[in-house]
Ligand binder design. Structure first.
Ligand SMILES: [Zn+2]
Length: 285
């Protein structure tokens, strides 16, 4: 039945990432050709193409915003350009404005080693709100920690749309989230910070991509179904293509995120929102 569904993958990259699967040594590298192949094979309506703000880790080498803009111009319907900025660069807000003028629809992936409530970041987030650009934030112990301070950011920037992803976000789908474990398994204890924040802040969204999102919606299917129905207008389908899962299959191509959603037997409306409508609404301006 899902062949009829329209799908936008909101979290894809071009470049190389280190495999952290024990079954595959070294790096995986994809170019534009492979991204387009993925789009065609999975019959996606479009993908959001996310750069990173320069070299953030030795293990990751993702193309820059300028390259993303250039590539997306050639495929205006299939590839949606985002920009990524380190808020510590001079005139970061001006740069964001310029990227918007050049076609970027949002800010992300925002992956910098700063606490999420850093004043420079907040300034940039406020500007993104003004420019109607949603912000995709990667959150874990190294990048943009911590989820408790996110509340302060949401209070400060009520007009900015935030889309959260990463283990530092998704492990808090449960009220019991161990400090040291990035991908906790087993039953979800209701009332986690993810749920609490989504309930309180209507400008907050969640991105299902990568292992963190997949783990969050597969660890406790009964809870997932309830959670996704409840927040179906604020959860977005994404994969983090070309990253690898622990079994060395590639997100997106391995269909794990899509199959997990299908297997939950969500209402048609919820599934449509998560796979397509929410993504479309956030950048339709
Ligand atoms: Zn990513």
């Amino acid at each position: 039945m899902y062949q009829e569904l329209k799908v936008i993958d909101i979290h894809t990259h071009i470049g190389s990432v280190k495999s952290w699967s024990p079954l595959l040594k070294g790096f995986i590298r994809v170019g534009l050709k492979e991204l387009l192949e993925y789009i065609d094979e999975e019959n996606l309506s479009a993908t959001w193409l996310l750069p990173l703000p320069g070299k953030i880790e030795a293990d990751i080498n993702i193309i820059s915003t300028n390259e993303v803009i250039k590539i997306c111009k050639k495929y205006p319907c299939r590839l949606i350009p985002f920009c990524s900025i380190d808020p510590r660069v001079p005139k970061a807000s001006e740069l964001l404005k310029d990227f918007k003028k050049r076609g970027c629809k949002g800010l992300g992936e925002f992956k910098v080693k700063l606490p999420v409530d850093n004043p420079l970041s907040i300034e940039l987030f406020e500007k993104a709100g003004e420019l109607e650009m949603p912000v995709i934030i990667h959150m874990d112990n190294k990048f943009n920690p911590d989820i408790v301070k996110l509340k302060y950011v949401l209070e400060k920037c009520p007009h900015t749309v935030f889309i959260l992803h990463g283990p530092g976000w998704w492990k808090h789908i449960s009220a019991e989230a161990p400090d040291k474990e990035d991908y906790p398994t087993g039953k979800v204890v209701p009332g986690g910070l993810v749920e609490k924040l989504l309930l309180k802040y209507s400008n907050l969204y969640a991105d299902l991509s990568a292992r963190s999102g997949l783990n969050a919606i597969t660890r406790d299917p009964a809870y997932s179904k309830e959670f996704l129905e409840k927040f179906s207008n604020r959860v977005l389908f994404g994969t983090d293509f070309p990253c690898l899962d622990i079994d060395a299959t590639q997100f997106g191509v391995n269909k794990k995120h899509l199959n997990a959603l299908i297997s939950l037997n969500l209402s048609k409306k919820a599934l449509k929102n998560i796979l397509y409508e929410n993504a479309l609404n956030l950048i339709a301006f």
